[in-house]
Design a protein around this ligand. Structure first.
Ligand SMILES: *Cc1c(COP(=O)(O)O)cnc(C)c1O
Length: 470
């Protein structure tokens, strides 16, 4: 790698931002005169209107203002969440899979607005712990709309769920049956079977799921303990990029249903789990519908549910982060566009990283792609700007904190400029830490400026007004 030196922060960057915006932003874009309408829930941040890009840019302008006032953390990173995206995903779900009831997997993003919106839209919830169950119940969701979808639960959690009247829960081993028989004999058990998850980013089968060969034994044990097993569940793996995994999984579920009948159970529930990807959703839904028609042709009495997480929220959140430091060849040195073997010549340091929102890189096997939000005091980035091969790093003192190892970014990009990352709603905020004293980035909420904006507001307003969802 070529020798790189620290370039001093360029003084013009932050304070000059408002002076020459190439894109004119009207302050009215916030709908200020309608601000009473922003506060649906007293304890939550306001619910803004307008396209998320407006709020991404407003955040940059606000940061410049705060920096001029010498506010600590003036240029902090922030998310913009477009809740209408979630509303539209729900419409898409109902269009493609009208017979499958979604139970949103809250571990994916337990954001208070996301949960309230989905509750208002009528989804159920997949919870894995006391904390998640309490959070969903606290917004007024009935316990029947919760599945405790963790096959390996602490006995105290099973008891606590029973006290809250959450009875539907998964299992995949005999010890769980003994625990449930003691802690909640009224449980409605769902047996999670193992499926082929080899085409997924996160292979959940390494940890959960009963192989079909063990199903008859588990069902015999459940009968012996007098427990009610109501159906079968599976999870093809999170980030499943092969839709045919669902066809195989439904076939295995059919086999498990037949084993249930042989054991004297009349199963009435099929839970097809999560793993739905935004990009392949229509294809996956078609494969799932075909598989259901083939393996469950007579299903008038069958309740079919799913546990989508990522599908609902991944693209609803965008993160804006400030370039707080840069390491580049000194001015006057010959600045190559890239190093000898195409390795980065410029290193950018931004104020969120893998210990924060970008934990998805480590835990969720994601790659993230920045785009320039603001450069040199302007929101306009010329398409023909010369590029340098760059790397992007988080703010902590750990070298594992790398956001993008190699990425082409404009050569003129420097300290004070802003990068944005789309597709940051799934498995990001929820697992962020405060390692090294860096706070978790806050969220700015909008109901968007396009289709679904009114409906999203209406759903949240009704819910808040009725008090059904505190
Ligand atoms: C994580 C998880 C989900 C959600 O998976 P996605 O890939 O985000 O859809 C659903 N069900 C269970 C049991 C999970 O653990």
């Amino acid at each position: 790698m070529s020798p790189l030196d620290v370039l001093p922060a360029h003084p013009r960057c932050l304070p000059s931002l408002p002076r020459r915006p190439a894109v004119i932003l009207s302050p009215a874009s916030h709908d200020r005169d309608d601000s009473a309408d922003d506060a649906f829930f007293p304890d939550l941040p306001p619910l803004l209107r307008g396209h998320p890009d407006i709020h991404l840019r407003n955040g940059v302008l606000t940061a410049a203002r705060l920096a001029a006032l010498h506010e600590p953390d003036a240029e902090k990173a922030y998310f913009v969440a477009d809740l209408s995206y979630i509303y539209n995903q729900h419409q898409r779900w109902q269009r493609c899979l009208p017979e499958v009831e979604p139970f949103y997997a809250i571990k994916c993003n337990p954001d208070p607005y996301v949960l309230r919106l989905l509750a208002a839209l009528g989804t159920g919830f997949d919870c894995a712990s006391n904390g998640e169950i309490a959070q969903v119940l606290s917004i007024g969701v009935a316990p029947e709309r919760i599945i405790f979808a963790n096959p390996c639960k602490a006995t105290s959690f099973i008891k606590n769920a029973a006290r809250s009247r959450v009875h539907m829960m998964t299992f995949d081993n005999a010890d769980e049956l003994y625990k449930v028989a003691r802690a909640n004999p009224a449980a409605q058990l769902v047996l999670r079977i193992l499926t082929d998850d080899s085409k997924s980013l996160c292979r959940l089968g390494l940890k959960f799921g009963a192989p079909l060969a063990s199903v008859p034994g588990l069902l015999a044990k459940a009968r012996e303990l007098g427990l009610d097993v109501v159906g079968i569940s599976f999870h093809v793996g999170s980030g499943c990029y092969d839709s045919s995994a669902f066809a195989d999984a439904v076939m295995r579920a059919r086999a498990a249903f037949d084993m249930g009948a042989a054991a004297g159970y009349a199963f009435r529930l099929l839970d097809v789990g999560g793993g739905f990807e935004e990009a392949t959703f229509e294809a996956t839904a078609a494969i799932l519908r075909d598989a259901l028609d083939r393996h469950f042709p007579d299903r008038a009495d069958l309740r079919i549910i799913a546990e989508p997480g990522r599908f609902y929220v991944a693209r609803a959140f965008t993160l804006a982060a400030n370039i707080i430091a840069r390491r580049a060849p000194l001015d006057g040195e010959h600045a190559a566009a890239s190093g000898a073997d195409g390795e980065p010549v410029v290193m950018y340091y931004i104020n969120d990283g893998v210990y924060g929102a970008f934990n998805c890189i480590l835990f969720d096997h994601q790659q993230v792609h920045p785009y320039v939000l603001a450069m040199g005091g302007s929101f306009h980035v010329p398409g023909n700007a010369p590029q340098s091969t760059s790397s992007v790093w988080g703010p902590t003192c750990d070298s594992i904190d790398c956001v993008c190892p190699v990425v082409a970014l404009p050569a003129a990009l420097q300290v004070g400029d802003w990068l944005a990352f789309a597709n940051m709603g799934a498995y990001t905020v929820c697992a962020a830490s405060q390692f090294n004293g860096f706070q978790v980035s806050a969220v700015v909420y909008t109901t968007g400026g396009g289709p679904g904006a009114q409906e999203t507001r209406h759903a949240l307003r009704t819910a808040a007004g009725e008090g059904a969802l505190k």
